[in-house]
Design a protein around this ligand. Structure first.
Ligand SMILES: Nc1ncnc2c1ncn2[C@@H]1O[C@H](COP(=O)(O)OP(=O)(O)OP(=O)(O)O)[C@@H](O)[C@H]1O
Length: 265
């Protein structure tokens, strides 16, 4: 269980996140929604301590994450993997090596520095690529892949970290509709198959409603909605998005039902 207690973050005189409280059971797929500047990224970044809270606490399985320092903090960051909009791959390195970077916390420093990956680590990385249906790309340079393929490599990299939580910060913002589905399907499958908690910032309300089992809506740093997608009616969407609501509210883009987690390159 992830518990967020009275979490705030101030930048100068602006409260980016203001006194947020949440309880997220393990294995949830939570969509964090709201207009630009609402505080979504800041909230996610605080969970893995890329941003420091000004006030409040974050607890994971009862442990106070906000108090972690040094090695314990590095371990937490490995268990709390991030997926970014811009993939953050090393373009000149091949796909397999990019995924192996996710194993850094599991191997001795001298081996990772010399890139002496064990057969076991390679097998784990290949297996993650297979799970994402891109094992055939293992030897290609990352910069030669499409955006959707690169995001799947980034997700494979998080998988080999063996995380408890995946924090996905606008993971589909730079993808076309087809790749959007492929990447969201992958996150949904990981959440379901491995019981990994996924917190996913999304601009598209349609995608959030179609894929997430819970939506958390932020407005100017405040929590203004927390509930299942069906409970987000037009009035709630209007409170979240204001004048943008008519653009934001549309039919939900549902994960495919017949073969919900089919992935195609
Ligand atoms: N490092 C920073 N320094 C100063 N202000 C910041 C910093 N990071 C975020 N902010 C401010 O905090 C507020 C929330 O930003 P945040 O990036 O969390 O919002 P967001 O909902 O993720 O927006 P977007 O959807 O555009 O990414 C914004 O007003 C932003 O300008």
């Amino acid at each position: 269980m992830l518990i967020i207690e009275g979490l705030s973050r101030r930048f100068g005189d602006r409260l980016a996140v203001d006194d947020i409280c949440l309880e997220v059971p393990r294995g949830s797929f939570v969509g964090v929604i709201g207009r630009s500047g609402a505080g979504k990224s800041t909230l996610l970044r605080m969970v893995n301590r890329l941003a420091e809270p000004t006030a409040g606490r974050i607890l994971w399985e009862g442990a106070d994450i906000t108090a972690l320092r040094g090695r314990a903090l590095r371990d937490w960051r490995a268990r709390c993997a991030m997926v970014f909009q811009q993939f953050n791959l090393s373009g000149r390195l091949d796909v397999l090596t990019n995924v192996l970077v996710g194993r850094l916390n599991h191997v001795p420093a001298h081996r990772s520095l010399l890139r002496l990956w064990s057969d076991e680590d390679r097998a784990i990385a290949l297996s993650a690529l297979e799970r994402l249906d891109i094992a055939n790309l293992a030897s290609q340079r990352a910069e030669h892949l499409s955006g959707g393929q690169q995001q799947r490599v980034a997700i494979a990299r998080t998988l080999v970290q063996e995380p408890d939580i995946i924090l996905a910060d606008e993971p589909i913002a730079s993808l076309d509709p087809r790749n959007t589905r492929v990447v969201m399907d992958a996150l949904a499958r990981i959440c379901r198959d491995y019981g990994i908690t996924v917190l996913c910032n999304l601009h598209s309300l349609d995608i959030a409603r179609g894929y997430c089992d819970r939506l958390v809506g932020l407005s100017a740093g405040h929590l203004v909605f927390d509930g299942p997608p069906d409970a987000l009616d037009d009035a709630a969407a209007r409170e979240l998005y204001g004048l943008e609501a008519e653009d934001a509210v549309g039919p939900a883009v549902h994960a495919p039902q017949a073969s919900p987690f089919a992935l195609h390159a």
